[in-house]
Design a protein around this ligand. Structure first.
Ligand code: PNS
Length: 188
């Protein structure tokens, strides 16, 4: 186990099973892991910071060396304030690499003593992202298996009208034969 504290920063809007997988892996490697939710994100979030904090706390309550926090401003400044030695980030596919490399190098420029450590979540989550989960859920689609159960429930609650619409649209109606089909049935 690596002595010291690592930070896993992100938006977590919402937490996916891929995030959780990475938190569990990180908790095995680092003495202490702080999952840090960015507060001043420009995007209009689906879940408030308070909601994301609450969900992540519940989801990680059994991991004794994991703490959930929020931060504002530069991530490296926040990391320094905690005396963190590492930043943990997940890489799912090559497409993540360019953005993550840029961010890691910029963070290194800002604070050369902080190392970024990349880990891969389980391959079954390699296509799961918060953005896609939001997109599917907003259209009333199923997100079971992609996010933890409590997140799924909260999504359903938040997006009740979308799910209601989707459930009604895809309800299998008993088939009513058309006029021509009725005639054909009579003939045969
Ligand atoms: O989950 P995300 O949205 O990919 O996380 C991105 C995050 C929060 C890690 C990144 O945007 C960040 O660290 N923002 C804080 C501001 C900062 O330090 N910017 C410079 C990073 S190069």
């Amino acid at each position: 186990m690596h002595k010291g504290l690592a930070i896993y920063p992100g938006s977590f809007d919402p937490t996916t099973n891929g995030h959780l997988d990475l938190i569990e892996r990180g908790a095995k490697i680092f003495e202490e892991l702080v999952v840090a939710i960015l507060r001043n994100s420009e995007k209009s979030p689906m879940f408030s910071v308070a909601e994301r904090l609450e969900m992540l706390r519940e989801l990680t309550s059994d991991l004794k060396n994991v703490r959930i926090d929020t931060f504002d401003g530069l991530m490296v400044e926040y990391a320094k304030s905690l005396n963190a030695t590492c930043i943990l980030r997940g890489i799912r596919a090559i497409s993540d690499y360019e953005y993550e490399l840029q961010m890691a190098l910029m963070n290194r420029k800002l604070e050369p003593t902080l190392e970024t450590v990349f880990m891969m979540p389980a391959d079954k989550y390699s296509y799961v992202s918060s953005r896609l989960v939001r997109e599917v859920a907003q259209a009333g689609g199923p997100v079971k298996g992609l996010v933890p159960e409590i997140v799924e429930q909260r999504l359903r609650h938040k997006l009740e009208p979308a799910y209601k619409f989707h459930d009604e649209m895809y309800q299998v109606e008993p088939e009513v034969p058309s006029g021509r089909e009725k005639k054909r049935k009579k003939k045969s």
